[in-house]
Design a protein around this ligand. Structure first.
Ligand SMILES: [Cu+2]
Length: 247
């Protein structure tokens, strides 16, 4: 399942069925079974489902937009679900990031970071000016007006994503995959360590949440770190991960 939408978080459920999550962003996880899950722009989840006999609504609710998309999975004759089908699974057990553990083969060793950067995600619906660390990324002049997050090749890098807005921000790092190492609130009062943190390349930072991710700087270049909401990115919610030559 891929959320290929530019600016919508979908909540997905299949009427009469539970969903077993097996992978996220292509990386295997220890299987966990839920009723519903949210996908933000750019995120991928692999699911396993054992289908019953009949015709079932596959519903994707556009979060906060009072709309939904409907597909039908049919394995037998029976009435077609209506467009406004509202399977009870939508209100059931929702997948949480803290439910997920990486499969052993794709876990990364936890070690103290060589360098740590923090990305404060800010903006509001009134001004619709979305930023990282109070700086606006300019797509026409990408090196102007922003302070790059500098790293050296080989460093173990920690990146803390702090959502200080009431909106979802699916954050995507180019050139690398990362491990999600901890989840907490933006004020820093709670934090849940994720000892078998999942590997991803796009992670949804929910309103008021703080996620800590880490990765090894093993792909020299100048890489974007950005919100995958197309409108947020267009107004400036992007930053630069910048490899520098060792002094
Ligand atoms: Cu965003």
């Amino acid at each position: 399942m891929i959320n290929a939408a530019g600016a919508t978080v979908f909540r997905v459920a299949l009427g009469g069925h539970r969903l077993t999550i097996t992978h996220t962003d292509g990386f295997p996880v220890e299987s966990v079974t839920v009723d519903t899950l949210q996908l933000a722009s750019g995120e991928r989840y692999d699911l396993a489902v054992t289908l019953a006999d009949g015709a079932f609504p596959l519903v994707a609710v556009a979060e906060g937009k009072n709309a939904q998309a409907l597909g039908v999975i049919r394995t037998a004759t029976g009435p077609t679900p209506p467009p406004d089908a509202n399977p009870t699974e939508l209100a059931g057990r929702l997948l949480d990031l803290t439910d997920l553990r990486a499969a052993p083969a794709v876990r990364t060793a936890q070690r103290p970071p060589d360098v740590s950067h923090t990305a404060y995600l800010t903006g509001d619906m009134n001004t619709f000016a979305w930023r990282i660390n109070a700086q606006t990324y300019n797509h026409h002049r990408p090196y102007d007006g922003i302070t790059p997050m500098t790293v050296h090749e080989g460093q173990h890098v920690q990146l803390v994503l702090v959502n200080q807005t009431p909106m979802y921000h699916p954050m995507h790092l180019h050139g690398h995959t990362f491990t999600v190492r901890a989840a907490g609130d933006s004020g820093g009062t709670t934090e849940t360590p994720l000892p078998a943190g999942i590997r991803k390349d796009t992670v949804m930072v929910a309103p008021g949440d703080r996620l800590t991710i880490d990765f090894t700087a093993d792909n020299p270049g100048q890489w974007l770190v950005h919100c995958h909401n197309a409108y947020h990115m267009a107004t400036g919610m992007a930053a630069m991960l910048s490899y520098r030559t060792q002094p």
